[in-house]
Ligand binder design. Structure first.
Ligand code: FAD
Ligand code: NAD
Length: 475
């Protein structure tokens, strides 16, 4: 039976962003309709963060077992049962799924419609048998794997993030196109679980990260046996003996690589199709829906958040956006999407991440008023005890000692970024990072060590020496 709904808020997409808007608004007693055409939880739960981190966790166990002899602990007869690894990954998803489920959201008072949503005019969305006229709309439709127009790829049986976690047999030889976060996280995980892995990257692997820090990850991943080809063009994809083969051109040479499986990890495309954006007067381009600083689209009734909004593509960004639009819609507060404050982590081993301005960005804004201080993991006692000494933190310090950004690579870098993210968001100065008490021995001490090095020249400073000398006269 056709339904006419008139909620305060209609959210399209029940992924990280949409679910957060719906739950937060419903908790204030606001009437919310949530429209989802696929699985509740979106990419992060079903095809992204959760399965990838669960796979990485399994791979880490295998790696730790192989490396344990250096601690005097011998693990003989290591065996990976990939079908069980698959089950572990899906068990983790299943454990989280109730939190994102239709039942939970209906329990919160949200009307959930399981159908594709589409605008038919600037203030009406149609989804299944429902016609929804809401006071405000939030588009949170996410993104999907971008598949490049490589000759032969359309005829090959390739995997994307939506299908790779379905494998129940370990690939003999996994070829991955693209060495961004998805490509490298999955390359290392599959290698550690026993697959041969080749990554083909058109430009620079981990090209968005600080090159000095990215090199530490790439050296490790290569040392573990992943072949990474950079500045390499995939000319075509063909049938191979046991699966797809890619023909690659690098440094003027052509090479044919035969694999058992092929994974495409060449970036994301925003889900803007079939949404009726033109009918709603909502501007968009190939990067996503055009939004202002307050995440409003060209139709003032409609907001866009998360991956579809054309900016950083992380679950925490979608959640942050959700918080902003809830404040804007419910409390009419002015909000501003501050992209400079967003942390990022890639969960390779070692992990690599950062927050705020990179050294290059800071120098372009503040020229020579920027100082960069570093500390290496090899100077950290905990890293030595754990034998995880590959790593480094870089603090980017601006005028008057203000922290502008930080980059980190190393064991548990993703955890250490929390401290740096809090420091940056609270306007902490380098003196405060040097002065807080950090429990010993922890990896986070590396941040304090870098901050202290900002003052490395203080003991040589003539005035400091004179003051110390003067004070010593008082007994
Ligand atoms: C392999 C992989 C690993 C990742 N790892 C991390 C990580 O470790 N950390 C991190 O922060 N981020 C990670 N990400 C990124 C993260 O998954 C995304 O940034 C996040 O899911 C974006 O949330 P979203 O709400 O914008 O979109 P999504 O979570 O994709 O949700 C969008 C939802 O909208 C639905 N939808 C689309 N169109 C319509 C329509 N017309 N009508 C109704 N419903 C519709 C979709 O079915 C989907 O459920 C990873 C991504 C991938 C692919
Ligand atoms: N840990 C995390 O937070 C995490 C993990 C995975 C993904 N993500 C999110 O998902 C987004 C997408 O990840 P991604 O790795 O797919 O995208 P990406 O855009 O970061 O990297 C894609 C890589 O593929 C390369 N490439 C593009 N076309 C190519 C071609 N034809 N041949 C060879 N190489 C090609 C690009 O040069 C680039 O290096 C990330 O930007 C990130 O926001 C986050």
């Amino acid at each position: 039976m056709a339904r006419n709904l008139t909620p305060d808020i209609c959210v399209i997409g029940a992924g990280s962003g949409g679910l957060t808007v719906a739950a937060a608004a419903a908790s204030f007693g606001v009437d919310v309709v949530l429209v989802e055409k696929g699985l509740m939880g979106g990419d992060c739960l079903n095809y992204g963060c959760v399965p990838s981190k669960a796979l990485i966790a399994a791979a880490e166990r295998a790696h730790a077992a192989r490396m344990s002899a250096q601690f005097g602990v011998h693990v003989d007869g290591l065996r990976v049962d990939f079908a069980q690894v698959h089950d572990h990954v899906h068990d983790v998803i299943a454990g989280i799924a109730p939190h994102d489920s239709v039942e939970r959201f209906e329990g919160l008072g949200v009307t959930v419609i399981q159908a594709e949503g589409r605008f038919v005019d600037p203030s009406t969305v149609v989804a299944g048998d429902a016609t929804i006229k809401a006071r405000r709309f939030v588009i949170a439709t996410g993104s999907r794997a971008a598949v490049p127009p490589i000759p032969g790829l359309d005829k090959a049986a390739y995997l994307t993030n939506e299908t790779v976690f379905e494998l129940t047999r370990l690939p003999d030889h996994l070829i991955i196109i693209g060495a961004g976060p998805i490509g490298l996280e999955l390359a290392q995980a599959h290698r550690r679980l026993g697959a041969e892995v080749t990554v083909v990257e058109a430009e620079k692997a981990l090209g968005r990260d600080d090159p000095e820090l990215a090199a530490i990850v790439l050296d490790r991943v290569r040392a573990e046996g992943v072949e990474i080809l950079e500045q390499a063009k995939v000319v075509r994809v063909e049938e191979g003996g046991a699966g797809p083969a890619v023909v690659v051109e690098a440094s003027g040479d052509e090479r044919r690589i035969e694999g058992s499986h092929l994974l495409v990890a060449t970036g994301r495309r925003p889900n803007v199709e079939n949404l009726g954006l033109d009918a709603a007067g909502i501007a968009f381009d190939r990067r996503g829906i055009t939004v202002d600083k307050g995440l409003r689209t060209s139709n003032r009734k409609v907001y866009a958040i998360g991956d579809v909004a054309g900016g950083l593509q992380f679950t925490h960004v979608a959640g942050y956006h959700a918080g902003l639009v809830v404040r804007s819609i419910l409390f009419r507060l002015p909000v501003r999407d501050d992209r400079d404050m967003m942390p990022r982590v890639t969960f390779t081993s070692p992990e690599i991440g950062g927050v705020g301005l990179s050294e290059a960005q800071a120098r372009s804004r503040f020229a020579d008023r920027v100082r960069v201080v570093k500390a290496a993991y090899c100077g950290n006692d905990r890293a030595r005890a754990e034998r995880t000494t590959d790593g480094m933190v870089k603090l980017v310090i601006g005028p008057r000692g203000r922290l502008l950004g930080a980059e980190i690579v190393g064991s548990a870098a993703g955890e250490v970024v929390n401290l740096l993210s809090l420091a940056l968001s609270r306007g902490v100065k380098v003196g405060q990072l040097a002065g807080f008490v950090s429990p010993y021995p922890t990896l986070s001490e590396v941040v304090k060590r870098a901050a202290i090095s900002y003052y490395a020249d203080a003991p040589k400073n003539l005035w400091v020496r004179r003051i110390v000398g003067f004070l010593s006269k008082f007994g």
